[in-house]
Design a protein. Structure first.
Length: 239
């Protein structure tokens, strides 16, 4: 998972497509529109169109298809119980319940894969309370380090026989490992905050306005938004 997130974040910073030049604000609005239509629509045809648009966004941003598939597949393990509880035995309902999370996760992968995370969180910090916006920013920034730490911890436990023995012993070691991660994350957050204070932290992390800079590439966002709106109007009530 660490490798996957790292590759997506690297693609966001090094990509050279029109989507990488488009403003983060426009892409956020476009992603919100597509996800909103996918969540609230009951039309299989409209969901299929939204899913096709999501793939068009991914492929036109040159995000590797395998990488996008791996990112989009994360909701599937948690979808099983929901499908069992909501499925009425028809193929249409099954496809609708599958296309909703897959479309949303694909669009999210495209958004994160074309937008550097400072530009992604800066507009959110304007809408959310300052502490919430900055907290999301820091959480995303620290996620890679914490995931890498957990993977190294798991490898160390495996090499030292931590997953052998009785169930009680394995559960005890798993609890100790979780405690170690919690202490490490708390210590890291304290060190990070101290470093920010030493470097003159002003009370706002996401203070840049680069996310709102307009360019010719924003016309592409407007064009796709127009297609999404037209499809929603024409196909919203279709069977």
């Amino acid at each position: 998972m660490t490798s996957l997130l790292g590759r997506i974040d690297h693609h966001a910073s090094t990509g050279r497509t029109a989507w990488h030049r488009a403003s983060a604000l426009g892409k956020l609005a476009l992603a919100a529109g597509i996800i909103g239509v996918a969540i609230f629509s009951h039309s299989l045809m409209l969901l299929a169109v939204m899913h096709a648009i999501a793939w068009m966004l991914v492929l036109s941003s040159r995000l590797p298809a395998r990488l996008a598939l791996l990112a989009a597949a994360y909701p599937l393990p948690f979808l099983g119980l929901f499908l069992i509880s909501r499925w009425d035995g028809t193929a249409v309902t099954l496809l609708v319940l599958l296309l909703r999370p897959l479309t949303a996760s694909l669009v999210s992968a495209w958004l994160v894969g074309t937008t550097p995370y400072p530009d992604l969180f800066a507009p959110l910090s304007r809408v959310l309370p300052r502490q919430t916006g900055d907290g999301l920013f820091l959480t995303y920034r620290a996620l890679f380090a914490l995931l890498a730490r957990s993977e190294r911890l798991g490898q160390s436990m495996r090499l030292r026989g931590g997953f052998g023995g009785s169930v009680r012993r394995r559960l005890a070691l798993a609890g100790e490992g979780m405690g170690t991660l919690a202490v490490h994350s708390f210590d890291r957050s304290q060190n990070l905050y101290a470093a920010m204070l030493l470097r003159g932290h002003s009370g706002r992390i996401c203070g840049c306005r680069h996310f709102a800079h307009r360019s010719a590439a924003d016309l592409l966002s407007l064009a796709v938004a127009g297609v999404v709106a037209a499809a929603a109007i024409l196909l919203w009530r279709s069977a």
